[in-house]
Design a protein around this ligand. Structure first.
Ligand code: AMP
Length: 304
């Protein structure tokens, strides 16, 4: 059930207990900021916790590896877990309460009722991971109902997720404000990810090329290229030259956040996104048109 760690962060595993805690906080007049995660925390997650800490009186994070958003069983089973480490990091970043439910608590009747996302899923990760965003939307409905946050924080690392969760909140009338936070990167530009630990030494050396390829595409656009296809070709040409171990899953350029192409020429805000498969990890990365090109470690701040 519910216990305090020696260090003070509150750990809650029961959904009913989580809701009671939030209701108490709100009765005291506190605003609640929430960051859903799958754990194996790194600085990307911590940046969301810190943002929530700045903006809210009470910060709640969850660690739940959601089975319904994984296509490959192995990826789910092998997803890195270390709850003691996560609790310490969350506390150090200002989280007040950590929600760590069991699968049976979140899915008490298995997958008897799920939702289907009909829009924005035929591209990028939605195309190569069928059903992934149905799982994401289903679990977020559950988590939002349990945690009832005023504000929820998501990373632009998963830009398609941000776009879909924005639609979810509107479609289901959740009284939640969403804040999209910039991608946190390693010093060499690799986007921080829980899956980076699965890269071999050689793969890790190559992985920063993903971001460099996206930057090459954005540079092309900033220099005046307006054809979607030509920008995709620029990024693919960069990868053809610089990736020897990674296999491209997709490279795409789309308007953001609607994830469509408005005609054949770029107009308005857009995203250049990629997914690359290594032996034991599939990495994703993206860059949006409002990103400063000289910035390699984090993107411009933004909210939606
Ligand atoms: P995950 O634990 O992978 O489900 O991620 C939880 C949240 O952290 C999601 O909103 C992610 O987009 C966000 N996130 C993961 N990696 C990063 C990163 N490198 N920079 C910013 N946010 C991130």
């Amino acid at each position: 059930m519910d216990k305090m760690t020696a260090k003070g962060i509150k750990r809650i595993s029961s959904p009913a207990e989580m809701t009671r805690y939030v209701v108490e906080q709100k009765q005291e007049g506190k605003t609640v900021g929430y960051v859903p995660t799958m754990g194996s925390l790194h600085e990307g997650h911590l940046s969301l916790f810190k943002k929530a800490r700045e903006n809210s009186d009470c910060v709640i994070a969850s660690v739940f590896v959601n089975p319904t958003q994984f296509g490959e069983r192995d990826d789910y089973i092998n997803y890195p877990k270390n709850i003691e480490r996560d609790a310490g990091l969350a506390e150090s970043a200002g989280v007040d309460a950590l929600f760590i439910p069991e699968e049976s608590a979140i899915y008490p009747n298995g997958s008897d009722i799920t939702v289907k996302v009909h829009s924005k899923t035929d591209v990028l990760c939605g195309k190569s991971r069928p059903g992934h965003f149905d799982g994401v939307a289903t679990v977020l409905i559950k988590l939002f109902n349990i945690v009832k946050p005023d504000t929820a924080y998501f990373g632009m690392k998963d830009a398609q997720q941000v776009a879909i969760v924005t639609s979810l909140v509107r479609s289901f009338h959740f009284p939640v404000k969403l804040v999209a936070c910039p991608i946190v990167r390693e010093a060499d530009g690799l986007a921080k990810s829980s899956r980076n630990v699965r890269l071999s030494v050689e793969e890790r050396k190559e992985a920063p090329e993903l971001f460099k390829g996206l930057q090459a595409g954005l540079r092309g656009a900033k220099l005046g290229e307006t054809r979607f296809d030509q920008l995709i070709a620029t990024v693919k040409a960069y990868y053809a030259k610089h990736l020897t171990l990674g296999k491209i899953d997709y490279v795409d350029v789309l308007n953001y956040p609607d994830l469509r192409r408005s005609g054949t020429l770029l107009s308005g805000r857009f995203i250049i996104a990629c997914a690359v498969r290594y032996q034991n990890a599939r990495l994703i990365d993206n860059i949006t048109s409002d990103t400063e090109l000289f910035t390699t470690v984090s993107e411009a701040d933004e909210s939606c």
